[in-house]
Design a protein around this ligand. Structure first.
Ligand SMILES: C[S@@+](CC[C@H](N)C(=O)[O-])C[C@H]1O[C@@H](n2cnc3c(N)ncnc32)[C@H](O)[C@@H]1O
Length: 176
């Protein structure tokens, strides 16, 4: 896979923020590159991906099998709206959600679902493109760093921090 400057910013962020031997959920994991990156970089971690799209889930699991990481990382079909029912509360040390917030109909409600499956003190790591970059790609609404932090706080997270890094990547971290 050819890495873009966007990918490199995100990988650096995840590498810095995710502890080894963590139980991680990747919400809206898409075809699985973030989850696979973490399976390779964070020894002893167990990673669950979820995505609402069936074909995407199959593609992610095929990627993990090809990389011989299928025992450490699996993807399931599940919407963010069903997280608490599907996984129960306080199951994960870390939740990642990358390029997904603009897809969620109710961003704060989606983040509340993510918070529910995190252990006390568990970490949320969120990645989005800034409105200037994201809105040039598709018709989805994009949110500023300030707005995203507001959603995250409204969902009940604390210690909410973040930054925008060139080229137009918004990185947010928070604790349950
Ligand atoms: C732009 S892709 C991002 C994929 C991946 N996280 C990445 O960084 O490359 C957005 C993903 O969110 C998924 N998605 C959209 N709405 C969702 C929902 N309500 N619950 C779970 N996943 C959803 C889509 O199917 C898609 O795979």
């Amino acid at each position: 896979m050819i890495k873009t400057p966007y990918d490199r910013v995100i990988e650096k962020f995840l590498d810095r923020e995710v502890q080894p031997a963590s139980r991680i959920i990747d919400v809206g994991c898409g075809t699985g590159w973030t989850a696979l990156f973490l399976a390779r970089r964070k020894p002893g971690s167990q990673i669950v991906g979820i995505d609402i799209d069936t074909l995407t889930v199959h593609r992610a699991n095929a990627l993990f099998r090809r990389a011989r990481r299928e025992k450490l990382v699996q993807c399931h079909r599940c919407g963010v709206e069903q997280l608490r029912v599907r996984f129960g509360t306080q199951m994960f040390d870390c939740a990642i959600t990358s390029h997904t917030l603009h897809h969620f109909e109710r961003p704060a409600a989606a983040l509340r679902q993510i918070r529910a499956v995190l252990k006390r003190g568990g970490r949320l790591l969120l990645v989005e493109l800034s409105p200037r970059y994201g809105e040039a790609l598709d018709d989805c609404p994009r949110y500023s760093l300030v707005k995203i932090k507001e959603f995250v706080r409204r969902a009940g997270f604390r210690r909410v921090g973040g930054a925008e890094r060139a080229p137009g990547v918004v990185l947010v971290r928070a604790s349950r």
